[in-house]
Design a protein around this ligand. Structure first.
Ligand code: NAP
Length: 332
């Protein structure tokens, strides 16, 4: 099969399209013919990890040679003991990090893993949206964000931020989204009650207090956001922040057991339930993918370059099989 192979760490220039063996599903696994996947910030981080990342991804070279966490496609074959899924089923979700990913024509995923049947009426390219949404949902869920809560989402145009806006709205919270001028309309269209242009005004001087500040892009500071928090307000971040400044705060928060500063890591084993939950939100019209650009598999190195620039809005899709409009219409 054809795949984007990453034999060593480096710039997007190391990503090569090559022929590799097609995987076979083990017991409990399904073989998916991949129609769409993404290049996201996790893939970008895995391509050129720092010292800490290398402990996780492989010390001298990547432990796995095919990346790609988000997947949407059609089940081609099933291994022994697979109960609920069968060949021909349209599925979407995420590939567990232990094995190869979905930037290839085929991938194997455990049936009990983070996959579910595709939301009705959706094309594959609009379904490869789970990873960013999973991080967004983990934070909202941890603090049971809901009606009566006010949340400010900083960096609401990214994969995590654009998901957080929609999921927080679906939970009934009042959402303030902070984005650049070019993303104001996007943030409004996702349901934000109020949008702030960070290039035109100082979001930290709104003169308002929030129950939660969700720093979804790792670009501001806790000190700037602190004055926006109510006395028992929480600050959530999706990475270590500029110069790793959120790390000591996380440690302090953990030692003091006050949950003031948290990185909302998804719960272990929670992926299957999450993808099923996201399917219901998408079918209810409460969640949609924000697709910035689409690249064919052959041009995936360009997709890596674009994602590394940190400018994407929502997701960058890799179309492995061109979406057939007729098939998508029939799926409705
Ligand atoms: N996506 C994932 O699956 C994932 C998983 C785990 C952790 N993370 C981490 O979480 C962070 C966010 O990931 P992501 O994928 O959501 O990011 P992303 O999609 O790459 O975010 C890019 C967006 O952030 C905006 N942005 C850039 N600089 C900004 C600034 N100074 N203030 C506000 N917005 C700014 C950009 O628009 P403008 O430049 O026009 O403002 C762009 O729309 C990253 O640090 C990533 O490593 C991501």
């Amino acid at each position: 099969m054809r795949a984007a192979v990453i034999p060593r760490y480096g710039s997007p220039d190391v990503v090569q399209i090559g022929d590799v063996s097609k995987p076979a599903p083990a017991a409990g696994e399904v073989l998916i013919r991949v129609h769409a996947t993404t290049v996201n910030r996790t893939d970008d981080g895995e391509l050129r990890p720092g010292i800490l990342g290398r402990l996780f991804f492989g010390l001298t070279r990547p432990r796995r040679t095919i990346f790609g966490l988000d997947v949407a496609g059609v089940v081609e074959a099933v291994g022994a003991d697979v109960i609920a899924l069968k060949p021909g089923d349209r599925v979407f979700g995420m590939c567990p990090h232990q094995g190869n990913g979905a930037q290839a024509e085929y991938v194997c995923v455990p049936e009990s893993g983070p996959i579910a049947l595709m939301p009705a009426g959706l094309g594959f390219a609009d379904a490869v949206v789970c990873e960013g949404a999973y991080y967004a949902d983990s934070g909202l869920k941890k603090f049971d964000v809901g009606p009566g809560h006010k949340i400010l989402i900083y960096g609401a145009s990214g994969a995590i931020g654009s998901s957080a806006v929609q999921l927080a709205k679906a939970r009934g919270a009042e959402v303030t989204a902070v984005v650049a001028t070019r993303h104001l309309e996007l943030a409004r269209s996702l349901g934000a009650d109020r949008v702030i242009d960070y290039t035109a005004e100082d979001f930290s001087r709104l003169g308002e207090r929030f129950d939660f500040v969700f720093e979804a892009v790792g670009k501001t500071s806790y000190l700037r956001c602190r004055r926006l928090l109510k006395p028992k307000g929480r600050f959530m971040a999706t990475d270590a922040g500029p110069w790793g400044q959120y790390l000591p705060l996380l440690l302090w928060s953990a030692i003091a057991r006050n949950d003031r500063v948290v990185v909302p890591l998804p719960p272990r084993g929670g992926g299957h339930a999450f993808v099923a939950f996201l399917k219901t939100r998408m079918e209810a019209g409460q969640f949609r993918a924000v697709v910035d650009r689409t690249y064919p598999l052959d041009a995936i190195a360009d997709a890596y370059r674009y994602v590394a620039a940190g400018q994407k809005a929502g997701i960058v899709v890799i179309e492995v099989v061109a979406d057939d409009p007729l098939e998508a219409a029939q799926a409705r």
